[in-house]
Design a protein. Sequence first.
Length: 350
Amino acid sequence: MTGSVLEVDLDLFAMNLARVRAAIAPAELMLVVKNDAYGHGVDAVVARARREGVRWFGAFDLVTGARVRTGAGGDARIFVWIADTPEQVAAAIELDLDIGVGDRRLLDDIAARRGGPRPARVHLKIDTGLRRNGVRPEEWSEFVSIAAAAERAGSLIVEGIWSHIAEASDEDDDIARDRFEQALRTAETAGLRPRWRHLAASAAAFARPEFRYDIARVGAFCYGIRPAGGPDEAELGVKPIARWVAPVVEVAGDVVRIGVGARDGLFSTLASRADVATPAGPRRLLTVAGAMSEVAAWPGADIGDRVVVYGDAGRNEETATSLAETIDSIGEEVAVRVSPLVPRQYRGVR
């Protein structure tokens, strides 16, 4: 082995899923698998999640949705919220995906469809203040009236109403929830009876029961990635499921070179600011180059020794989030930057 490996423990993943599902009950879990399941490998993650009984997946885009459909089977529900053209809508319907609709043009495109094997299953998005896509409140009444007419015409079925929230403060989130509740009432007045309402992601789903509704979209916590500046993994009851391990490839005096670098997705800004876990304990990460990085040496360092870039804080290792905090980022950003060319090795494949 000359380069790094991302070791993914699917048994820990299953434990996290059980913890998350217990925490958000009676809401159903929508496991978010965008960005190749946060860099962990969407195919293996979806396969294990299905074996653990997960039914809903948040796939973000059509390409991921197609991969999830292949791995999850025909009875899984797969939600995509980036389907921007009539061609993408047609493909999403063919794949039997649920489509997030957050603008009038896309709704008009779907409403104009006639024929086909089935109507589109849509989830209408209200902008509750985050400004991350979604229909503005002042345009919502007309929007849901158009959707209701299209549902009566058989072009679509309004399966859900949803939104994103900032999760920056309780006050801001309370305002967002009030807007969401008003949007639900307006939709009902228009004649819509959606089965699924979803507003909360990981943090709000854990902390605030009133935000859970029927589905909670949870990504980071399922992979054991805690929020930056928030509660730790022990408090959340989850564990990081991945360890990024690199071998020692050269020992040169007081410097050890390891087989991981910027081309593998390691942030160069971590140099001189973060530690890695070595057989002799933590050592400073000195430089990050293209193919290799330099670490402060330790007694007895030898070629082939394993160095953990990030893993589990319970093992006295940095985590994706603790590394991120040193460069004012978030754990998800560290995790998804691991190059797809870095091999994934799985434990717990069944």
